[in-house]
Design a protein around this ligand. Structure first.
Ligand SMILES: [Zn+2]
Length: 183
């Protein structure tokens, strides 16, 4: 896959060129003016499956990609937070819900999007939630009412299905997967 385009050095403003640095094995954007090598690494997307009394909190996306499709609260991890803090923060932002983050559920490699998606189980202590700015609608649904044909991302579906299977089996396993960007 081609690297994301970069024209100018974010460190000194001079033009950069794509080349393999000495001792490296992949092309990087190099700045000849200041010597900085601009590494690009996968981004972490972190989320959770919030549950209250057997019902799951899901969000209808108000933003692209996949606007209008349903997902579970998730988003890009920030600096200076743990995975669990990121998952809880995203749930607060997208679903206005304060959750208790539980065990690790899914690690999904989405190579084509250059992302790693990490999902946790979560407990919603009270039925208090609402649509944050990135959600059109938030709903607490029974597993039978999950809108499988309108799920936003393969990793969302994977996390929900593994969650429900484990729950039915009385287990809390974690699951690794390599998924495409979209089904
Ligand atoms: Zn530079």
């Amino acid at each position: 896959m081609m690297a994301r385009m970069m024209n100018f050095c974010s460190h000194c403003g001079q033009p950069v060129a794509l080349a393999i640095p000495p001792g490296d094995h992949l092309p990087r954007f190099l700045c000849k003016a200041c010597g900085v090598i601009h590494y690009e690494n996968p981004k972490l997307v972190v989320g959770c499956v919030p549950e209250l009394d057997g019902r799951i909190l899901i969000c209808k996306r108000a933003i692209e990609p996949r606007r209008g499709y349903w997902t579970i609260p998730a988003g890009f991890m920030e600096n200076d937070e743990t995975l669990q803090q990121a998952a809880a923060r995203e749930c607060q932002e997208e679903a206005l819900a304060d959750v208790e983050i539980g065990s690790l559920l899914v690690v999904a490699h989405v190579l084509s999007a250059r992302q790693v998606h990490v999902f946790f189980r979560a407990h919603l202590p009270t039925p208090s939630f609402g649509a944050g700015p990135e959600s059109l609608e938030v709903d607490l649904v029974k597993p039978a009412d999950i809108p499988w044909s309108d799920i936003a991302f393969p990793s969302t579906e994977f996390a929900l299905r593994r969650y429900l299977e484990d729950r039915a089996a009385g287990a809390e396993q974690h699951h690794f997967a390599t998924l495409e960007r979209r089904l």
